[in-house]
Design a protein. Structure first.
Length: 75
């Protein structure tokens, strides 16, 4: 969900489940990894930053789901 929102202009996101390598790269990009050829593979810091963003988004989705369930129960 986050990758589709923050994708590059010329990037297409394939349907289906990404590989571990692709998912790691996407998480690193969310954490600030640029992917320049001189930079090497993503390190632990951009991956950790990306995981923090994923965690926040997951908590929001969970909270929205819980509030929707509570609303249905109140009806």
């Amino acid at each position: 969900m986050l990758k589709r929102r923050y994708k590059k202009k010329n990037e297409t996101i394939p349907e289906g489940i990404p590989s571990i390598a692709q998912a790691t790269l996407w998480i690193a990009e969310l954490g600030g990894y640029t992917g320049r050829s001189s930079g090497g593979p993503p390190g632990s810091i951009p991956i950790a930053r990306g995981l923090e963003r994923v965690l926040i988004a997951a908590e929001v989705v969970e909270a929205l789901g819980a509030s929707g369930a509570k609303r249905r129960m109140l009806r």
